[in-house]
Ligand binder design. Structure first.
Ligand code: IVH
Length: 719
């Protein structure tokens, strides 16, 4: 974050000027988008639910004060990010919505008041009449939709972006709580049952014991494990994971005989579903509060994670009168619990070295049960954080597990500080065998081992990154295997991976390896000898180059050899002429290759410089060239726009909801026809395709007199 952005981020929403609000809105939207992607597509969140919710709350507060900033790309208008692509898409008959959250009693009261006012307006509800609410524990899993036709389970899908999810039928069929056929009376002819797939804590811990024994990295928490388990391409893997299911809602339902939510829950049970026993129909605000309190007390001893209580207006005709606002119903709310905390002894502070040499301090704790999960390690982020918390080895510390990510240390208990403690001193030298000096950067926050490619710790982490899911995606080399192979000289650089067949005999003799596992591993490696250019670039592990940037680089340079030659040329130019200040000036001042790199969308001088520094390091180039010899890197077929392409040189904007195709598909088609697709309407825009519920962009197009098309017209034009 820039200095200015940091200042704005620290301001209260009410103190923001419109300009600041616009910048802060964008920053929050980007950050939320990034975390949504980690959470929904990669099942690998980096932020706690509580912190994520804070980002969303701030964004909402900004939008409440500056409504002009709301557009359809704002995270408040979306249910969840676009689903990933490994599974077939399923369009939900009725969208799968999310719930608004209440964190405080005032927010709960606000919800109750809104419901009452809404019903008084929309129905003949008398001022003192009771409004029954179905109150249910909020299971911390992932929601899915199950389609039943004539009482038989025919298709199941994840929520995805709310309108389109992924078809995970084969995997759902392995879950015992999901009935294949329904029994009892009154089953609708065709309908969707919705509910939560989750994993019990005990099963999660047992799975982790097996995971660690197999040399793999343990999973972070039950929910992400459940999500990951459900999205396995091989249903047998899903079947081996003890997943459970609670039903609590419906999607499309024809004919629908039930009139209240509680009636529906009873029917679900009769039909053979599991429903959550922690459910009660409450009639007054006090009853609701007492229920929340009671469930909160039971929470640590439950066999599964819950993160709040959901309240739903029980009468369905009332639900229909209240309706929805963008992503959530007005008739329901999730009353969240605070993150779970515990106290324990800080036994040590250990330093972990990351792939790029960043040193992260980690708290080594006396193992403690935090809301049902044993915790022995927690992150301390960086030297500044330790300084801020002033935690010391030997302290009694407070830790927090926010249901999901790595637990955090919140502070220490002053009354229980032992007599002789020492302020923590961040090591001046890397704990790696080279013991290189630690360098500070990024305003002093990040400390790095200066050993670069020579540092064994970094080498191991780079190898781990190289085989990870979005890089070479090699199964069977998780956790400690890489470390062990590295230590014994089997795997020093990525190229060694492709020379492992020569060592098959050695591997087989190792503990924990047999004929089959070695064959599987070698087959997995062989299958990756041909690799798309973007994965290849991402896998190399260049600082600041994530998947998205790797794709841009692949697009720009087209093939592996051109890319490497250009990187080396840019590095050479950069060395000769340091300090380009602006991107636009980079080419003129420094050189053509460096300029080309800086001018790629989303790559600025900072990223370009980080790349040049990487390519300028010791043996980097030798290591890459050695790897390159082992592989066939698939070039990117670049789009060639025919001179007579229908939309050549046109700038197209899509706005509103499209009903016959996804936005990605529409965008891809427009690009195929030669158009450039952008997000905002300006004088330069040629065509605006206006879907349903479009907002400010459609208005702006009209104001500027830009040609607009309906979805139907677009379909005709682009056929
Ligand atoms: S009702 C339109 N009931 O919480 C209302 N959701 O934060 C749809 N969840 O997406 C949801 N337990 O994954 C509902 N008893 C419950 C729930 C529940 C857990 C999850 C669900 C939903 C999320 C919203």
């Amino acid at each position: 974050m820039s200095k200015a952005a940091k200042v704005v981020a620290a301001l209260k929403v009410e103190d923001l000027t419109e300009r600041q609000a616009r910048a802060e809105h964008k920053r929050l939207a980007d950050e939320i988008g990034h975390h949504d992607k980690l959470y929904h597509e990669q099942d690998a969140p980096e932020m706690s639910d509580a912190d994520y919710d804070k980002l969303r709350q701030r964004l909402k507060a900004i939008e409440a004060k500056f409504p002009q900033l709301v557009d359809m790309f704002s995270p408040t208008q979306k249910v969840a990010p676009t689903p990933s692509t490994a599974f077939a898409k399923v369009r939900h008959g009725r969208p799968m919505l999310s719930l608004d959250n209440a964190f405080t009693d005032e927010e709960l009261q606000g919800f109750l008041d809104r419901v009452r006012r809404g019903l008084e307006r929309e129905t003949d509800l008398k001022p003192d009449a009771e409004i029954a609410l179905s109150c249910e524990a909020k299971i911390d899993g992932l929601s899915i939709s199950l389609r039943y036709e004539d009482g038989v389970f025919v298709q199941g899908a994840t929520r995805g972006d709310g309108s389109t999810g992924e078809d995970v039928t084969a995997n759902l069929k392995t879950i015992k709580d999901i009935p294949q056929t329904l029994k009892g009376k009154g089953v609708p002819k065709a309908f969707d049952v919705r509910g939560e797939v989750y994993m019990e804590r005990k099963a999660f811990m047992e799975l982790n014991v097996r995971q660690v024994a197999a040399g793999e990295k343990p999973y972070v928490n039950p929910r992400n494990t459940a999500a990951g388990s459900l999205r396995q391409l091989d249903p047998e893997i899903t079947a081996s994971r003890p997943l459970r299911f609670f039903a609590y809602a419906w999607g499309e339902a024809e004919p629908r005989a039930w009139k209240t939510h509680s009636e529906y829950l009873k029917l679900l049970k009769e039909w053979g579903f599991k429903t959550n026993p922690l459910t009660r129909l409450c009639h007054t605000a006090d009853e609701v509060r007492a229920f929340y309190q009671k469930i909160g007390e039971e929470r640590p001893s439950l066999p599964y994670d819950i993160d709040g209580v959901v309240y739903k207006v029980d009468r369905i005709d009332w639900q229909e009168r209240l309706g929805f606002v963008s992503r959530a119903p007005r008739w329901a709310i999730a009353h969240k619990f605070p993150a779970e905390q515990a106290r324990t002894r800080l036994n040590d502070i250990v330093i972990q070295v990351g792939r790029t040499g960043a040193l992260t301090p980690v708290a080594d704790l006396e193992p403690v049960n935090v809301g049902g999960v044993m915790v022995a390690r927690a992150t301390l982020h960086n030297a500044d954080e330790i300084e801020r918390l002033d935690v010391r080895v030997g302290d009694m510390v407070i830790i927090q597990r926010a249901g999901d990510v790595i637990p955090q240390v919140l502070g220490y208990v002053p009354e229980e500080r032992p007599k002789k403690t020492h302020k923590y001193e961040f090591p001046t030298h890397c704990p790696c065998p080279l013991k290189t000096k630690v360098a500070s950067e990024e305003g002093g926050v990040v400390r790095r081992c200066s050993g670069g490619l020579e540092c064994p710790f970094q080498q191991v982490e780079r190898m781990r990154h190289f085989v990870s899911r979005y890089a070479f995606d090699i199964d069977g080399l998780g956790g400690t295997h890489i470390e062990n192979f590295w230590r014994d000289g089997l795997l020093k650089t990525p190229a060694d991976l492709f020379r492992l067949q020569e060592k098959a005999g050695d591997i087989q003799k190792r503990e924990g390896w047999g004929d089959l596992s070695v064959r599987n591993l070698l087959a997995a490696i062989e299958a990756r000898r041909t690799i798309p250019l973007d994965r290849y670039i991402y896998a190399i592990g260049i600082p600041l180059i994530g998947e998205a940037t790797a794709k841009l680089l692949a697009q720009e340079y087209g093939d592996a050899d051109t890319w490497l030659a250009e990187m080396l040329a840019a590095t050479g130019e950069r060395k000769k002429k340091p300090d380009p200040v602006k991107k636009e000036k980079a080419a003129a001042e420094v050189g053509e290759s460096y300029g080309r790199l800086c001018n790629i969308e989303q790559i600025g001088v900072t990223t370009a410089d980080a790349m040049c520094a990487f390519f300028g390091e010791g043996h980097t180039v030798d290591i890459i060239k050695d790897l390159r010899k082992q592989l066939t890197v698939e070039p990117v077929t670049r789009r060639v726009i025919a001179a007579d392409a229908l939309l050549k040189d046109k700038i197209v904007v899509f706005t509103g909801e499209l009903s016959t195709m996804t936005r990605d598909a529409a965008k891809a088609r427009a690009e195929e026809l030669g158009a450039k697709v952008t997000d905002s309407v300006s004088k330069k825009t040629s065509i605006v395709v206006v879907g349903e519920n479009a907002g400010s962009k459609a208005r702006k197009a009209a104001e500027l007199g830009i040609e607009t098309l309906t979805e139907e017209e677009w379909v005709k034009l682009s056929k």
